[in-house]
Write a protein that binds this ligand. Structure first.
Ligand SMILES: [Zn+2]
Ligand SMILES: [Zn+2]
Length: 464
């Protein structure tokens, strides 16, 4: 019933992922992958497009929670939960008003605490809550559930029992104040146990939930605190007008009412903000780096110029990868920067050669030669490396890369290797033994290196 109000929104750039944030500047709903989440903070995130602060997209959905306060107060009177009020009321009325019996009265609330935990768990899943909006009695057989229920009861009792003691024994205003202030924080501990698991360590995260959903949390805090004040006021009147056991019974029933209404409200807060708080629902963990995610969002939004700038910056970095270069090349293409693309080609080619991407290197070479048919990379070592990589598939291109190296780069230190390779291609792939012999002679006359000379002799023997 109550949970059904929540509307799912999906990330603009991940249509299958629920959006957690909303950018009012760009008018976009975004998932955790698509925002600068400041170490996955639940409280603030920035837009990767405009860098402005984002709103949590669950905030305010389904209207403010205080408008539903009457429903929360009616909730404990549903038939399944009504016995809990009766149980606490009965046990409280049977126990005589001796201070030593206070623990018994308190423990009479056990079933209500167990149910409260189950109510929160059930209602934190909007889908389940629609089918059955109250848990069944079988929820009390769940041991892990009991651990959570007791950890949730503890902070509430640590406030209420001392506050009650001060109220009766010391001073009424001071006792009321201790309770009213202390109870403001109790829902945060409940939320922390629900979101982080039934461990005492979960208490440490309590404040996060207050700041993550301040508007909705305020409603819970007020319900907790004002509920206490009204409850005490009602009991004070009851003590005067009815027999004591009856007044005690009323106190028990009010405690159960307080507990269950607050649990229902906390359950709805969890349903609204649970995605953000990592509660179930299979939200994908953010694994890619911020820079990668920023570029992806900018690409999706068509901000090619921005991506181009940041990619160009990455390329100046020594750690740039062939993927960075590929992206840079594509972006220059998309943004019609043909001149820059041509200028960048030699560096891109070098990257492709270094990473052995031969097919792409050949395609890049062909692209350059479409505009300038005689284009070759200026660097002789790049030409040699490329020829070494491609000579088997593209002997013609390899010959083109190597043939006039001694004219253009007479001082090239690997000239011998280059011409040995050239001779090998000419002899083995084109059957031009005569031409090959010319290059072998060149190597013989120019190079002192013993290994090269031996290679020349081996080739001659092989080609006979
Ligand atoms: Zn996304
Ligand atoms: Zn934005």
């Amino acid at each position: 019933m109550l949970g059904g109000i929540i509307v799912n929104r999906y990330c603009k750039y991940h249509p299958g992922t629920q959006a957690l944030w909303y950018c009012s500047h760009d008018g976009l709903h975004l998932c955790q992958q698509c925002v600068d989440g400041r170490n996955d903070s639940l409280i603030e995130a920035r837009c990767l497009l405009c860098n402005q602060e984002l709103e949590s997209s669950e905030q305010g959905q389904g209207g403010p929670l205080w408008r539903q306060l009457d429903r929360y107060l009616r909730y404990p009177f549903t038939p399944v939960l009504l016995p809990l009020l009766v149980v606490w009321a009965l046990l409280a009325s049977l126990v005589p008003p001796l201070p030593v019996m206070v623990p018994v009265v308190v423990l009479a609330g056990l079933p209500a605490w167990g149910f409260a935990r189950a109510v929160m768990t059930l209602r934190s899943h909007p889908g389940k809550a629609r089918k059955s909006h109250t848990p069944g009695w079988d929820c009390l057989s769940d041991m892990a559930g009991w651990k959570a229920a007791l950890l949730q009861a503890l902070p509430a009792l640590l406030v209420m029992v001392p506050a009650g003691f001060v109220l009766v024994m010391v001073s009424e205003p001071v006792g009321l104040l201790i309770g009213a202030v202390g109870l403001l924080l109790v829902p945060a501990f409940w939320l922390a146990i629900q979101a982080q698991g039934p461990e005492p360590g979960s208490y440490a995260a309590a404040l996060t939930y207050i700041f993550s959903a301040p508007r909705d949390y305020a409603v819970a805090a007020v319900l907790a605190s004002v509920g206490w004040l009204l409850g005490v006021a009602l009991i004070a009147v009851a003590v005067d007008v009815m027999p004591l056991p009856l007044a005690q019974g009323l106190a028990g029933a009010l405690a159960a009412l307080w507990w269950l209404a607050l649990a229902c409200l906390c359950g709805d807060i969890l349903a609204r903000h649970g995605h953000l708080w990592g509660l179930d629902q299979g939200g994908k963990k953010v694994t890619a780096s911020l820079e990668e995610r920023r570029q992806r969002v900018q690409l999706c939004a068509g901000r090619f110029d921005k991506v181009l700038l940041s990619t160009a910056k990455t390329l100046k970095n020594k750690k740039a990868t062939v993927a960075d270069w590929q992206r840079y090349d594509r972006l220059l293409d998309i943004t019609d920067r043909e001149d820059e693309r041509r200028t960048a080609a030699p560096s891109y080619l070098e990257m492709l050669v270094v990473s052995g991407a031969w097919a792409e290197a050949l395609a890049l070479l062909a692209r350059q030669r479409e505009v300038e048919p005689t284009w070759l990379p200026a660097s002789p070592s790049l030409r040699l490396a490329l020829a070494q990589g491609i000579h088997e598939q593209e002997p013609k291109v390899a010959v083109g890369l190597l043939k006039d190296l001694h004219d253009r780069h007479p001082d090239f230190s690997e000239l011998g290797d280059a011409y040995l390779l050239l001779a090998k291609i000419l002899a083995e792939q084109f059957g031009l033994a005569g031409k090959a012999e010319q290059y072998l002679r060149f190597v013989e006359s120019q190079c002192r290196d013993a290994k090269l000379r031996k290679q020349v002799a081996d080739y001659r023997a092989a080609w006979g």
